[in-house]
Design a protein. Structure first.
Length: 261
């Protein structure tokens, strides 16, 4: 009689566990949807507040180029819709960039309940550092790379050729450099995470330093316009930031997984 009752009890226990897992998954999906909607709403709110100033924003971004144009030269629009869509597109991207702290905060709020205490202590400073580094990369691209790169491009043309850059083409270069430098400045975070997670070690990365330097210049060549200045200005910071990631990771003592939390 006891064996007969044991089988239904085990089946009921398994059914309850499966139902509980399904409810937990459904709850996570609802929370994820809620956070996605909040993030999209915040991005939309920023965009709506900036769209009126889209032309002013484009003028500010294009200022380094316009200052280098010969007297009497202007930027041009080769497409009928370019005067509208180029500033509009820039404003959308700017809204996304300004929303990065909120995006990362929503990601953090979603995953933090599943982290251990020691992981939260590390993740929070990394989250703040990643935001600062991303904006630092964008600022470096605008204030350092743009003037040098544009000076190079506007000074090497043959005589008798009047420079009149297209606004859409210029915007594509700008956005490409913004994201390239913003992501490249995250290298210390990536290096740090690879080391503390046990994927690699400080000694291993130091031994592969020569390969990393070559990889930095290869990525600089792929992610920037075809000039040596912008390529070098991306590759060198990537190398320096890689070294900083190794230094910071070396300062953190290795965690022993066998020790209790």
């Amino acid at each position: 009689m006891s064996k007969t009752n044991a089988a239904p009890d085990a089946q009921n226990s398994q059914d309850d566990e499966e139902q509980s897992n399904a409810e937990t998954l459904f709850g996570h999906l609802i929370e994820l949807r809620s956070r996605l909607l909040k993030t999209l709403g915040f991005i939309l709110a920023i965009f709506c507040s900036l769209v009126y100033f889209s032309n002013d924003i484009y003028e500010f971004v294009s200022l380094p180029l316009r200052q280098l144009l010969p007297e009497g030269s202007t930027m041009i629009a080769t497409g009928i819709t370019s005067p509208f869509f180029a500033p509009f597109k820039l404003t959308m991207v700017l809204a996304l960039l300004l929303a990065v702290p909120v995006i990362l905060h929503q990601v953090w709020s979603f995953i933090s309940p599943g982290l251990y205490r020691h992981e939260k202590k590390i993740a929070r400073p990394l989250l703040i550092s990643s935001i600062i580094l991303f904006y630092s990369g964008v600022a470096f691209a605008y204030y350092v790379v743009f003037p040098l790169m544009l000076t190079f491009f506007t000074s090497i043309g043959p005589s008798g050729v009047e420079l009149m850059p297209d606004i859409s083409q210029f915007l594509d270069i700008v956005l490409k450099l913004f994201f390239a430098f913003g992501i490249a400045f995250e290298i210390p975070i990536a290096t740090f995470l690879l080391i503390i997670s046990g994927v690699t070690t400080v000694e291993s990365l130091r031994e592969k330093r020569a390969y990393v330097v070559v990889a930095c210049f290869v990525f600089g060549m792929l992610l920037t316009p075809p000039d040596i200045i912008s390529q070098t200005l991306l590759a060198l910071p990537m190398w320096i930031l890689f070294e900083l990631g190794i230094i910071f990771a070396a300062l953190v003592p290795a965690r022993n997984d066998s020790q209790p939390e």
